[in-house]
Write a protein that binds this ligand. Structure first.
Ligand SMILES: Nc1ncnc2c1ncn2[C@@H]1O[C@H](COP(=O)(O)OP(=O)(O)OP(=O)(O)O)[C@@H](O)[C@H]1O
Ligand SMILES: [Mg+2]
Length: 397
């Protein structure tokens, strides 16, 4: 039996584990948090820090192949492990994609479309660099950001000064930073490429993503996009996966929009960032595609050849994230009240991640619906989510 290790025990690992088990593998999970959701799905659960080299070594020794579901794994500890060839995608891919500076340098070096940017190491360098780069701009920490954390809109030099007087300074000093031009976004996309050890690759249908307060709100497939932009987005994603030498999944987040600097008026594609792992937007593949992002990764890790993924039917599919706010709206601190889901013919699945502790903006679950067309799928997913918020203990008294 093949033993697959997953670094990171969040919901992505929790959904990957059964896909691996369905192909006969044993699953081990490593996470610093002993309550992480995926640890409950694993035959063996190890809890230790990312710097605990002996524990990590023990974990690697017990596994035939190791992947990660969390790209902010600290690589200093991993780099000291024997048997690192078991890690897929490789440490090099992880290093490049977990740092926005190296990610952007990679895009530039490989001629892939990206937003105008500047980068630097310390907060002290920022005022001068931001002045030269121009306002408005978007400032991001080079490492560790997710769901919009670690990024700020800069409208003016005074705004930057105020930011640097606060706690952001420390985060910027600790990780370095990038400045980006703000794109006038028409559409956000993601593309998941699955690439085997021998270089054979497939790409999932493109996903269209809508964010709310910097957190993914809904994902729609198929994306509403002209053929030429669809072909370009897929080609960028495939080129990136090849150039990085990914074995596993590579998710590419893309903007379709206008740049005031380089192409006023013209709608273009810009690569935003990569995730070398399953992605929140890819949850929709569980019901919309002939196999899911998790099954694709499981096949790659277990050396089962891939076939191109297709949509299971005509129409449109929409995944809506269930954030902590849904639990708060119900007044539920424990399990969510299921009543609102009953008998809804559009609903394909509801997945609750079993996280301990409800918090605003925290990704706690998702639901997926099918609709006759894009508008119908999106409005039905949102309506269902709102209906869930309206049920529950607080509403029934
Ligand atoms: N240069 C930009 N121009 C316009 N909007 C942007 C830009 N950069 C980021 N955004 C907006 O902020 C969102 C989050 O940015 P980004 O993906 O870089 O950060 P993140 O914290 O890694 O987010 P996530 O974890 O959701 O991927 C983007 O999806 C987009 O909506
Ligand atoms: Mg992002």
């Amino acid at each position: 039996m093949t033993t697959v290790g997953i670094l990171g025990g969040g919901q992505l690992g929790a959904m990957l584990a059964p896909a691996l088990q369905d192909l006969g593998a044993d699953v081990h999970v490593y996470d610093p948090d002993p309550n992480a959701p995926a640890l409950r799905r694993a035959a063996r659960a190890a809890s230790g820090s990312w710097r605990d080299v002996p524990r990590l070594q023990e974990f690697f020794d017990a596994c035939d192949v190791v992947t990660y579901e969390f790209e902010n794994v600290e690589t200093e500890g991993l780099a000291r492990i024997w048997g690192l060839e078991k890690l897929l995608p490789s440490l090099q891919v992880l290093r490049t994609t977990q740092n926005r500076v190296s990610e952007k340098e990679f895009l530039r070096a490989n001629g892939l479309p990206h937003v105008a940017f500047a980068d630097g190491r310390t907060a002290d360098e920022l005022p001068e660099a931001a002045r030269r780069f121009g306002f408005p701009s978007i400032l991001k920490t080079a490492r560790g950001g997710y769901d919009g954390k670690g990024q700020w809109k800069l409208a003016s030099p005074a705004g930057l000064d105020a930011l640097l007087a606060g706690p952001a300074r420390e985060a910027l000093d600790a990780s370095g930073w990038v400045l980006e031009e703000p794109i006038d976004i028409v559409l956000e996309l993601s593309a998941i490429v699955a690439r085997e050890r021998n270089g054979d690759e497939v790409v999932f249908p493109l996903f269209e993503n809508e964010h709310r307060d910097h957190v993914l709100d809904v994902t729609l497939v198929p994306a509403r996009l002209p053929d030429d932009l669809e072909a370009e987005a897929k080609s960028v994603a495939l080129s990136a996966a090849r150039a990085l030498g990914v074995t596993g999944l590579l998710t590419t987040e893309l903007f379709v929009g206008r740049s005031a600097r380089s192409s006023p008026g013209q709608i273009r594609i810009f690569t935003n960032e990569f995730a070398p792992r399953p992605h929140n937007s890819g949850h929709v593949t569980r019901k919309a595609c002939t196999f899911s992002q998790f099954e694709a990764l499981a096949r790659i890790l277990l050396e089962v050849p891939l076939v191109p993924p297709r949509l299971v039917s005509a129409g449109a599919f929409c995944m809506a994230n269930l954030l902590g706010e849904v639990w708060e709206a119900q007044g539920a601190s424990g399990p969510l009240d299921l009543a609102a889901w009953e008998g809804n013919p559009d609903l394909l699945e509801v997945v609750l991640y079993g996280k301990s502790g409800v918090a605003a903006k925290r990704k706690m679950g998702h639901l997926t619906v099918r609709g006759g067309d894009a508008e119908e799928a999106i409005s039905s997913a949102r309506a269902l989510r709102e209906a869930i918020g309206r049920t529950g203990p607080r509403r029934s008294v």
